[in-house]
Design a protein around this ligand. Structure first.
Ligand SMILES: CCCCC[C@H](O)/C=C/C=C\C=C\C=C\[C@@H](O)[C@@H](O)CCCC(=O)O
Ligand SMILES: [Fe+2]
Length: 665
């Protein structure tokens, strides 16, 4: 018995309130009571009321709530329920019941109090029963499907409309996304009209469509894209810093034609000096090129060799556009000393190939689709009261919807890839399949990946430096939360939901990825922390590193052509006509600009890394860990700002204030 003050907190997004009435119960260890209230929750409001309860409820464990509709069902977004207990001669005690979900229909929702997982064994099995019922319902809502064979599984939803309401964009995000899409389509139409009668036979003609959404750096790209150091810089700190690696030997595919022995000597000298680097696009070899409006597109599978200069500049040394074949002549090597248009076209082929592997491997597969596997497995295996659910859920916001939209708008039949990209038309799916076969756990963990690629400690590798710093900060945050809940390794080993989550990701979502280093169980807190750090890093920092740069590096189309309309050159005689006949046509270029702007622009409702408002945890321990996380991020922010002040090209993508807390675009 006692007096209780109850606070009902409703979400702030549009339509979060409800005209339906809400009924509440308090459930204690010894009894439960229906509060007899009928409130209509208002958007953005916290509504308090007090009740006297005659029964002895015992320690509160759940709040149950139900929305009652007479005529119209009006979904309610409940943030949380907070209860203060005033008991005889005891100070008031605050108990929080997190929700952060839509309450639909008229079923009863059960909210466990925030520390439930810690006391789950002292609750006469009530929490266990609740968890089982919750996961049974979640497995019905979140199903797996193989969208295309050979790539990670996705959420079972033919379009975003099929997703559960809790996985959907909130109104503000949806309106902004749709508005931007309409602006983009309109911009394409206007640019097509504007260029209907214009020439398209010089590289400057791309200026005719270079308006609309673009960044200051995009304008710099337009001026500097032909420069070799600007070209090399992008493999370290551009939109795709994931392919560059330090050479440990001359690549076997690099067949040196007769008469270019001095080139071989230069390469060997740089190799000996430890400053030879390479980017190998062999993954594209043999991929079927797209046919766009009846016009066959073309693909290459380049190898780029670069040298790291003492001043930190990365300069291209040689480009081989195709793999040598036993029954074909030795492929020509393109050099900086070649005629300028020849060398420019060779570099354009490298950047077109980089566009394919960036968007399909680095961006879609290694961030979006990985995050989707984490999201579906989390919803299917981890109950809301589980500490790893609470740790991860803020970093999974909106990902299922943006990925479902990608499958219906970008990589779908007739989508962006089919319309304007030379791997479109099915080749893009083969690239995804090949990339999936070489998707290793190590490649998703920067300390391992950058060590394997020889990029640790390289002064001008700003992505590498910032990625390792962020990994360490996120790792400390994860360890802080894990150590509060798992007091020894045995608790990890004996957590059935956690072990099921791990298996669901590796064996189901990633299609038996244990052969590629992914775990099928966690034997220690360290193993758990490493994996969860990888999840959060992938959903936040890594996506930021490969997403934001689309606006800067892809809107000046010649710098990263989305398609190539003529075959790669096989001689050094390249004319401007050949270059313009190869580069994307006006329509393809307009689509590239629009998509790059749509996907790379700053999201108006973005939540910066570590600054989600939802409070899934309570008590001083988790709050102290989160506070430390935010402090560490702020320290890194200041470090990056200071470093960037001395740079001609500041590297901004891993500034914590610019990293979104989940993958939403
Ligand atoms: C290929 C890599 C993409 C990674 C995922 C991406 O970030 C997800 C995006 C999801 C949906 C994007 C839709 C964009 C739609 C409009 O910009 C587009 O329709 C504009 C005009 C182009 C066209 O379709 O005609
Ligand atoms: Fe993205």
């Amino acid at each position: 018995m006692g007096r209780y003050r109850v606070r009902v907190a409703t979400g702030n997004s549009a339509f979060s309130g409800s005209n339906n009435q809400v009924q509440l119960w308090l459930v204690g260890l010894r009894a439960e009571v229906e509060l007899g209230l009928r409130l209509r929750p208002a958007r953005g409001q916290m509504e308090d009321f007090e009740v006297d309860v005659s029964e002895d409820l015992g320690p509160l464990q759940f709040v149950k709530l139900r929305k009652i509709h007479l005529l119209i069902k009006d979904a309610w977004f409940c943030n949380h329920i907070t209860v203060w207990v005033f008991e005889q001669s005891m100070e008031e005690k605050e108990i929080v019941f997190p929700c952060y979900r839509w309450v639909e229909g008229d079923g009863i929702i059960c909210l466990p109090e925030t520390t439930a997982w810690m006391i789950r064994n002292e609750s006469q099995g009530l929490f266990q029963k609740h968890q089982e019922e919750e996961l049974k319902a979640r497995r019905t809502l979140y199903g797996w499907v193989s969208w295309k064979k050979g790539i990670p599984l996705s959420v079972a939803a033919a379009s975003e409309k099929d997703l559960p309401l809790d996985a959907r964009f909130h109104e503000e995000k949806k309106v902004d996304f749709e508005r931007t899409r309409v602006v983009g389509v309109t911009e394409i139409a206007l640019k097509r009209l504007y260029t209907l009668l214009s020439s398209w036979n010089s590289l400057e003609d791309f200026d005719q469509i270079f308006w609309g959404g673009k960044s200051a750096l995009a304008k710099r790209v337009r001026l500097s894209w032909k420069d070799d150091d600007f070209f090399g810089y992008q493999f370290l700190n551009g939109v795709n810093p994931t392919l560059l690696r330090k050479s440990s030997s001359l690549p076997t595919r690099l067949v040196i034609p007769p008469g270019t022995e001095d080139l071989k000597a230069q390469l060997e000298r740089k190799l000996q000096e430890g400053c030879l680097f390479e980017v190998d696009f062999s993954l594209l070899a043999g991929i079927q090129a797209n046919v766009i409006q009846g016009e066959r597109q073309h693909l290459a599978a380049p190898l780029l060799m670069l040298k790291m200069e003492p001043d930190g500049k990365l300069l291209p040394m040689v480009i081989q556009l195709q793999l040598p074949g036993s029954d074909s002549p030795v492929p020509p090597l393109f050099l900086p000393s070649d005629p300028s248009l020849t060398w420019l076209l060779a570099k354009a082929w490298v950047k077109n190939s980089d566009f394919q592997l960036h968007e399909l491997q680095a961006h879609l597969l290694k961030t979006h689709l990985m995050a989707e596997v984490f999201a579906v497995a989390t919803m299917r295996c981890l109950p809301g009261m589980h500490p790893i659910f609470k740790l991860l859920i803020p970093h999974l916001r909106y990902t299922l919807e943006i990925n479902t939209r990608a499958r219906t708008k970008l990589i779908s039949n007739g989508g962006f890839f089919d319309q304007a990209v030379n791997t479109g038309g099915g080749g893009h799916l083969d690239v995804l399949r090949r990339a999936t076969t070489c998707l290793t756990y190590r490649s998703l963990c920067p300390p391992d990946d950058l060590a394997d690629r020889g990029l640790l400690g390289v002064p001008s590798a700003f992505y590498a430096h910032d990625a390792v710093r962020l990994w360490d900060i996120i790792s400390r945050y994860v360890q802080g939360i894990v150590q509060l809940h798992y007091l020894e390794d045995e608790v990890v080993r004996s957590d059935p939901e956690l072990q099921a989550w791990c298996r669901e990701i590796t064996e189901i979502g990633l299609c038996k990825a244990q052969e590629r280093g992914f775990p099928v169980s966690f034997q220690s807190r360290d193993e758990l922390c490493h994996f969860v750090t990888m999840c959060i890093f992938t959903c936040t920092a890594q996506h930021s590193a490969v997403n934001q740069g689309q606006l800067d590096w892809y809107t000046w189309v010649p710098n990263a052509p989305c398609t190539m309309r003529q075959p790669p050159p096989t001689t050094k005689d390249v004319t401007l006509e050949m270059v313009m006949a190869t580069m994307p046509n006006v329509h393809q270029a307009c689509i590239q600009m629009t998509i790059s702007w749509h996907l790379g622009r700053f999201q108006p409702d973005m939540v910066p890394l570590g600054h989600h408002k939802e409070q899934y945890f309570s008590g001083p321990g988790p709050q102290a860990v989160l506070n430390r996380f935010q402090e560490d991020l702020y320290t890194l922010e200041r470090e990056i700002v200071a470093r960037n002040e001395s740079l001609d090209l500041p590297y901004e993508y891993l500034k914590p204030s610019r990293i979104e807390n989940s993958i939403t675009i």
